[in-house]
Design a protein around this ligand. Structure first.
Ligand SMILES: Nc1ncnc2c1ncn2[C@@H]1O[C@H](COP(=O)(O)OP(=O)(O)OP(=O)(O)O)[C@@H](O)[C@H]1O
Length: 239
């Protein structure tokens, strides 16, 4: 019941079709990379998943709840890390998370337990009282991922979460989130255009011009080719 199911979803901006009949399912505990070049439709799909936009074409089910019919139930099961950082830079990490916990109706003591657990999962507990502004980009991102876990969602959505980070931070965050899916059984949808963030055992959905070109384990999709070559061949996009 904890997974994510997208069935025949389409979306247009006026005459411009951004998503055309997109269907795929991600099972609990699975890390799914949504790989697509610029303009593929990744952000549009994330906007639909978070109900920033709505569409009548297709169906989205989050942990068994229909996003259109039971939006509150479905959204309560989603944690999101957007492309643009949304931390309050003048607050400490802990206060950023506290504020978010309050939005989800978590009380003081309960919130503190959840905050500590989420920060520990991201190796950020010792930075809880540092101001967000004083953290490097990688640690800010980790704080945002911890924040997205506060309400214990079944599904974690991350839209190009490593944008602007150096190689070491990218790798650390990618590894943390892979571990998270495996160890907690959460469903992860990770949008990216960077092939080196995808591991062979991941589910790989390749999106191009609003359509799905491949959906299988990364190992099966790429076969004998390095993923970067395979992606280039399928989409004509350099990584
Ligand atoms: N507000 C908008 N109005 C019109 N067209 C749009 C709008 N937003 C996106 N598009 C178009 O829809 C398509 C999908 O865009 P989207 O931003 O979802 O892709 P993306 O995969 O997230 O790309 P990127 O990696 O650049 O963020 C593109 O052709 C884009 O030009």
């Amino acid at each position: 019941m904890g997974g994510l199911k997208i069935t025949d979803v389409s979306f247009s901006y006026g005459a411009k079709t951004a998503l055309n009949g997109v269907s795929f399912e991600v099972k609990p505990g699975q890390f799914c990379a949504l790989l697509g070049p610029n303009g593929a439709g990744k952000s549009t799909l994330f906007a639909l998943l978070t109900r920033l936009f709505t569409t009548r074409q297709g169906q989205i089910t989050v942990a068994g709840a229909d996003l259109a019919r039971q939006p509150r139930v479905a959204l309560a099961q989603i944690g999101v890390v957007f492309q643009q950082s949304t931390l309050d830079l003048d607050l400490s990490v802990r206060r950023n998370l506290r504020y978010f916990a309050a939005l989800h109706g978590l009380s003081g003591a309960q919130a503190e337990v959840r905050i500590l657990a989420a920060l520990e999962r991201l190796d950020m507990a010792e930075r809880a009282d540092e101001r967000a502004r004083d953290l490097n980009g990688g640690h800010r991102r980790r704080a945002e991922i911890a924040r997205a876990l506060i309400h214990d969602p079944a599904v974690l959505l991350l839209d190009e979460p490593t944008v602007g980070l150096d190689a070491a931070s990218r790798r650390a965050i990618t590894n943390h989130v892979h571990d998270l899916a495996q160890q907690t059984g959460k469903t992860v949808l990770w949008a990216t255009h960077l092939t080196d963030e995808v591991q062979d055992s991941d589910q790989l959905v390749v999106l191009h011009r609003g359509q799905i070109l491949a959906n299988d384990s990364c190992a099966t999709v790429r076969g004998d080719r390095p993923l970067a070559d395979d992606f280039l061949l399928r989409t004509g996009a350099a990584t």
